[in-house]
Ligand binder design. Structure first.
Ligand SMILES: [Zn+2]
Length: 399
């Protein structure tokens, strides 16, 4: 087995699931298990890394003077949807393109998972059906470490100076916290945290949340005529006024949505929690405005009711920054073309840590990893695509 794949298999054995109930940083102590191992492996390569008190691992590999410093980032934590402990990877050599049995209960095939298509003859790493694999984002971590190992062992290969950053807590949205652009020292960077190798992601959602608290008027139902204002009914009205077409289940591509993630309450008080998403800034602002308008409309129609509306922004579309400073994007496109790869730019229907890095002064598009079906038991690594990602990142940093 080649050492790059061994590296991946070594990392996924370490449980690094982040914890959204924790307020400490990193959210789970066990994230240090991988951070410490990475620092040790970097040191073995002669690269000194520093783990900050917030659990961010920064490192730097000197390169040719006068060239842009290229940053590389991946996250060490894994998602919360599935356990990340006791990952027992199964290796399928020479995949026949058909049905894959994970265990007695679960299996997968290209019929349900289009990401499996075109992998005939490939070597796949799959789960045992009870856990996730951890390819998100240990495949990214392994890509970066493999490129660094290659450069250190092949001193004749001239390359850009490389700034390295491994972060915890991406899966709970706290990866970019404590990001220190100056300490990182990159002119621009790439998160290696996607799936398909031919993708360069430069667009993600603008994101906000809205907490709607409706105070109705609770009265004995026998004497309610003309007086009761049921907060539940107003909640239903509020949600219906946002429109069917703007719901996640009815949107894809560049369509934004308002998603009601929870609705609880009784006659006198109801609470609705929303996330608001759109790639387009104008449409995003209009969506937020609609929340205000609906509040006003309902309060006018039901003067004895009251609605508290609290909204806040969560992250922004990095395209705004990439458009202003396209060096990272242009460099990647050039390298892809040189390698004969046609780049695909698909809008990310979520956030990326790179979006926040971009707004903090370091333009950071996202690249693939060769791992697929993230956050689930159906996660798998395509060894062919993983190896291609290593070649892509090597070319990106070569002088
Ligand atoms: Zn990820």
């Amino acid at each position: 087995m080649n050492e790059n794949l061994e590296r991946f298999l070594r990392y996924i054995k370490i449980d690094t699931q982040s914890d959204d109930n924790s307020t400490s940083t990193p959210s789970a102590k066990k994230e240090y298990d991988l951070l410490n191992l990475l620092r040790k492996e970097l040191l073995e390569l002669g690269i000194e890394g520093e783990i900050t008190k917030e659990g961010r691992l920064y490192a730097y590999l000197e390169g040719e003077k006068g060239l842009d410093v290229i940053g590389l980032n991946s996250h060490v934590d894994t998602a919360l949807e599935m356990p990340g402990k006791n990952v027992k990877a199964q290796i399928i050599e020479n995949y026949d393109g058909g049905y894959i049995k994970l265990n007695d209960e679960y299996s997968m095939s290209p019929k349900e998972f289009s990401s499996l298509k075109g992998h005939e003859g490939d070597t796949l790493v799959v789960t045992s059906g009870d856990t996730l694999l951890g390819g998100d984002d240990k495949a990214g971590v392994a890509v970066i470490m493999s490129v660094l190992a290659y450069l250190v062992k092949n001193k004749e290969v001239k390359h850009h100076p490389i700034a390295i950053l491994f972060t915890p807590d991406e899966e709970i949205g706290r990866g970019p916290e404590h990001f220190d652009a100056k300490k990182f020292g990159a002119d621009y960077a790439y998160t290696v945290d996607g799936d398909y190798p031919d993708h360069i992601d430069i667009e993600n959602f603008n994101a906000a949340h809205a907490d709607v608290t409706i105070h109705g008027v609770g009265i004995h139902p026998g004497e309610a005529k003309g007086r009761m204002v049921n907060a539940i009914s107003l909640g239903v009205l509020f949600d219906s006024m946002l429109g069917q077409e703007a719901r996640p289940e009815n949107t894809d591509g560049h369509d934004g949505f308002n998603h009601c993630g929870s609705f609880t309450g009784d006659v006198s008080k109801a609470e609705l929690h929303y996330i608001i998403r759109n790639h387009d800034k104008e449409k995003f602002l209009a969506q937020k405005k609609k929340f205000e308008e609906i509040k006003e409309f309902i309060e006018k129609k039901y003067p004895t009711a009251k609605i508290d509306l609290e909204m806040g922004d969560d992250y922004k579309n990095m395209k705004e920054i990439i458009d202003q400073d396209p060096r990272a994007l242009n460099h990647a496109i050039e390298v892809f073309k040189k390698m004969g790869i046609t780049p695909v730019h698909a809008p990310v229907r979520g956030g990326t840590d790179g979006a926040t890095f971009s707004f903090l002064g370091c333009p950071t598009p996202n690249l693939g990893t060769g791992s697929y079906n993230h956050h689930s038991r159906y996660e798998f690594l395509s060894v062919r695509d993983f190896n291609q990602m290593i070649e892509i990142v090597k070319e990106l940093v070569k002088a």
